[in-house]
Design a binder for this molecule. Sequence first.
Ligand SMILES: O=C(O)CCC(=O)C(=O)O
Ligand SMILES: [Fe+2]
Length: 217
Amino acid sequence: MMVVTPSIVEPCPPPVLSNGYAIWHGAVPRAACNATLQAIEGAGAVDGRVLRRGQEQHDAAMRACTEHCLSPADAAAVTQAMRAVGAAALTAAGGARARLDGPLFCRYRQGGHFRAHRDRSHDPFDAATVRARRISLVCLLNDGDDTHGAPCFDGGALVLYPEFLPVNAPLRAGSIIAFSSDLLHEVRPVRLGTRYSAVAWLYDVLTREESHHAEPA
Ligand SMILES: O=C(O)CCC(=O)C(=O)O
Ligand SMILES: [Fe+2]
């Protein structure tokens, strides 16, 4: 079995998720990004969905992209990098026990977007894992630069909305951003080309005692 060791170019994470987010550049090498987006192209696609009252729905006005299921081998490079970054982000955020949900691989073609939303749900109808999301992780797999042989795109910025000023996340191919799952964010429409990304979420795992106390009386 192929073992992929993620190279984290900035191994020392910021001590806190400043402004609610932190970015690790070069978390996935460009060659691995290219191989992953080729695997996305070769994998089956379903229209991106949004969760409403426990139901997954297709709503192209809200989210226009496709989701792709990769084999564990094809997903390995991104999965391992997300685990490593997720562990560092969790420590920085002061979290203790969490599990990783994902990654989910997404393709945004021209016009593709995901309107402003929060990844964590507070709706009791939604799955417990979505209500317990603590940290969102996004790995960008390509960018505006085609000199490395990858397809490039224009537009498609990931914009975060912390309390005051919106932030245009300065991501490059292979960057992983970690941010609070309660933070409002959006993917702006792709103007040209195709944007590839992977998303995953760290969700809180309650201890036996905590889940006992969380049970309704
Ligand atoms: O691809 C991205 O930059 C983020 C996508 C996103 O916000 C999501 O899938 O929840
Ligand atoms: Fe999101």
